[in-house]
Design a protein around this ligand. Sequence first.
Ligand code: G3P
Ligand code: CA
Length: 237
Amino acid sequence: MAHRGASGTCPENTMAAFERAVELGANGIETDVHLTRDGRLALIHDATLDRTTGEPGSIRGLDFAEIREKDAGSWFGQEFRGQKVPAMEELFELAKGRDLFLNVELKFGSEPYPGMEEAVIAVIRRYGMEDQVILSSFNHDSLALVKRLAPEVRTGILYGENLFEPWNYAAGFGTDALHAWHGVVTPEKVKGADERGLVYFPYTINEAEEMKRLIQAGVAGVITDYPDLGWECYREA
Ligand code: G3P
Ligand code: CA
């Protein structure tokens, strides 16, 4: 699963990165979503524009049209000049009809975005892509809300610490998958999750040996900046 698209070789969370992930044969694309002032869903990792556009401004405080004026590609390389912050719908257009899974991380910035879960669910339903999407978040209340509003939409709990029995914790939120920091994922944990119908998608692995260890442990997929390396490791593991 391509983390922020093929972000090892293209500017993260741009259409260039998403299209490159498809070219590299990724099974899935991970991305991050924030809600703009005018209620649009913008695909960007940070709550502010600074790092990836070189300009100030919070996503929460701007309309989508203002965000679209920014160059989200040049910071990575001049050949990407003019890449924009995509709307969530653009990624859905790319994925629709393809054998491509979308892992949309619900971000929250300094505080949750009221109405963001409803807005994301509305897009999933409008595109009829319930089977192609999983929503993940470090804000587990947000995932519980998704399950209440749209039980048909899959969710994945993001966590970085070593939980004792993560499946018990996840059950409280009706979760379908465990998106754990890779360092806490062991074969025993994968087996325990599997017995309870849960799968692991560890993040973010860019190193071959660790990738092979996780594939051998039986994870459903690895989240990586380098989907081509993922396939190489899959063949060798
Ligand atoms: O999906 C896991 C990973 O994306 C979480 O961390 O900071 O890259 O959004 P981050
Ligand atoms: Ca993310």
